[in-house]
Design a protein around this ligand. Sequence first.
Ligand SMILES: Cc1ncc(COP(=O)(O)O)c(C=O)c1O
Length: 464
Amino acid sequence: MPRSRKRRAVTARPILDRYTARYPKSRELFERASKAVPRGVSHDGWFLSPFPIYIKRAEGSRKWDVDGFEYVDYIGGHGALLLGHAHPSLIEAAEAQVRQGTHFGASHELQVQWAEQVKGLVPSAEKVEFTNSGTEANILAMRVARAFTGRRKIVKFRGHFGGFADHLMVGVNPPWEVPGSAGILPCDIENTLVIPANDEKALEETLAGKDVALLMVEAAGAFSGVTGIDPTFYRTMRDLTEIYGTLLHFDEVVTGFRYAPGGVQGARSVVPDMTSLGKILTGGMPGAGALVGRDEIMDLMQFKGDDDHWNHFKRVAHTGTFNGNPLCAACGIATLKTIRDGSPQERANDIAEKLRQRMQEAIDDLGIPGCAYGEFSVFHLYFGECEMRGSCDRRICLNEDKERSLAMGRLLAMNMALHGVHTSSRGCDGFISAVHDMGDVHETADAFKLSLVALIKEGIFGTS
Ligand SMILES: Cc1ncc(COP(=O)(O)O)c(C=O)c1O
């Protein structure tokens, strides 16, 4: 919606009533959870009022909830499940490795094989440092960049998300300049500069200040492409960071291995100095994270014999109980083997393209101002007028000035669930896997159209 337009209150009682009546077991679990877990869920993104759906099991592109309903899934483990749920190669690798041991408290060959595989796929990976999450990889990236350059500041683009580290939780949602959470001190973010993406002048002016250690970029743009990056801007970022001695970092936690075996950097042919990986790195097992980069940068983590000065004052320290553990390594190796020729990505991209088309047809048929867009194996939805309407290809959205109504997204997510489709609580984004098929596309498109009709009936789009 344009910012100037007054928002109508989104209540839609009949939708809430149907949702509440349909899922008694989920409601009960949420009531129990609320007494044991803050906010009743373990991830802010899972929160849905009055309660979220509780899932019991998942396989392929499908999930089943505790009340016995089946869903086509588009959350896909927050993007981790390119091969769908419970892929046979992952089950086999995990079962075998659990029997061999899940933590040796020591090095092992699988870790070496896994790192070698990552090196073989990701263009910027000369060395691979495993972490336990994407957030941890990004924290390490900032530390390494500051040690390497001797500089202080990090630059990030408005709307880009990099996990929940204090230094990065600024500029994710408007207002851009304030901490994104209570408990983050202004001094924690004073060295994080937030500027608009795709703006060469703003970037050059900021880097020219010369105290910038790192430009940290969500590789496909804000929230995996909700607002994208102009393909020509990758070269601009590479050139300007080189000129001003700033390290270029791609956060490929979501896009790594998904957009292409080599991630966005493989698809766009621009090699950053460092990259954070996560999610698909372990095929969906918890503990997915790695920072990869150029030898001379990553080698800051080397121990140097009895060079005490280096070891105490120059070396970058990094620990983590589960870094590169054998279970994650075994699962990661199995997954990367399956996806390295790019064919699963092509299948997922193809299905995603068809799904976006069908969603757009539904939007157009119903006469709602809006857009189904995205690249590779994601979809995004935007409802409202857009000044770029008609002049964009509905792949990369460069319109930063679009506000997505959370209340509307929540009602869409509930309606989609009522029609057998599980999307995130924000309702307007989804990940497609290599095992989604045309049956899923047809079911989803029908569910989407019925959901929009229900929202229209409730006057959500200002029509009835
Ligand atoms: C782009 C991006 N970076 C970093 C993260 C943080 O990764 P993790 O949740 O593994 O800490 C996420 C999580 O969704 C992400 O989307």
